[in-house]
Design a protein around this ligand. Sequence first.
Ligand code: NAD
Length: 363
Amino acid sequence: MDRMNLKIGVIKGDGIGPEIVTEAMKVLDKAAEKYGHTVEYTKLLMGGASIDVHGIPLTDETVAAAKACDAVLMGSIGGDAKTSPWYKLEPSKRPEAGLLRIRKELNLFANLRPAVLYDELKGACPLKEEITEGGFDMMIMRELTGGLYFGERKTVEENGVMTAYDSLTYNENEIRRIAKRGFDIAAKRRKKVTSVDKANVLDSSRLWRKVVEEVAGEYPGVTLEHMLVDNCAMQLVKDPKQFDVILTENMFGDILSDEASMVTGSIGMLASASLNETKFGLYEPSGGSAPDIAGKGIANPIATILSAAMMLRFSFDLDREADAIETAVAKVLKEGYRTIDIMSEGKRQVGTEEMGGLIAKNI
Ligand code: NAD
């Protein structure tokens, strides 16, 4: 592999964001150094950190600067909704509005969330051992820029009764592009796609199912099955091993990916990637800004570090470097090091910085 210059935008964000991103950068720098690449970071402000400086959660300049990078690494944004002044602003000016806008601006329509049960962390999994025996490894692919969260909405008074409307819309092109991404990824894994919908009730789901079936025709090596979302919610706790790639629309994916993350044990371990049609991606931990533990130096940086590994894999095609990071994470866990969220008896508790340092050292 040629030596590369990686142009990475960095949104440290709010709460624990700066703490965990700093550790991911440490690990990225080490991997780059080892394999002869250079990294060029561009600092980007979003969320509360941007509100404090610019009064809005995302400026046009930041969007342009993000677009000029090859990929963006992000911590998390937002604060405590009860106490933070950011939540006294109108909804369109709050931290989360920045996140919704950047996803739309960068056309990040595919959200990938791996849910992997590490052998070393089996104890943290709330499911019975007979269900998790041998671990599990699934990838949830959620449509991110359409559906209910982006549809028209309004609240009106009708005949003296307050009534709220939200609309769920998908066109066939939106479904096709995410389905293709899902099949591409399944083709490199265990070659199975479970497409999740509510086709017994919703028109949008019936179209979803039809288009996914068409796309499946182009991937004869990949098996497709359909599952209703309510059944999928049950199957995730009953038999998580059956899943390879779960392909689903925005709201179902929002809920199912949180459920899948819970069965792996800790939110601090869960990476994520949001991709568009090019190699560009936004990589971030699945968790939020954890204001309850911010500034204490105890947050788990592994989800962000694994997100950085996904960035190397999906945006830069640096599989060897991504493998090196993932192997280093597994090794440090095997050696018994734990942050507080994944701590168990007989293990050695470390803080955010020490965990990042240990992983970097093992690359
Ligand atoms: P959260 O994920 O921040 O926290 C939930 C629980 O998980 C907390 O107890 C927290 O301490 C713990 N936790 C999360 N990440 C951890 C880590 N790396 N290590 C150890 N423990 C960790 O969810 P929340 O409390 O509902 O939300 C807090 C803020 O984050 C809100 O403002 C919310 O809007 C925002 N949020 C942002 C994103 C994002 O940036 N993509 C995602 C979800 C929530």
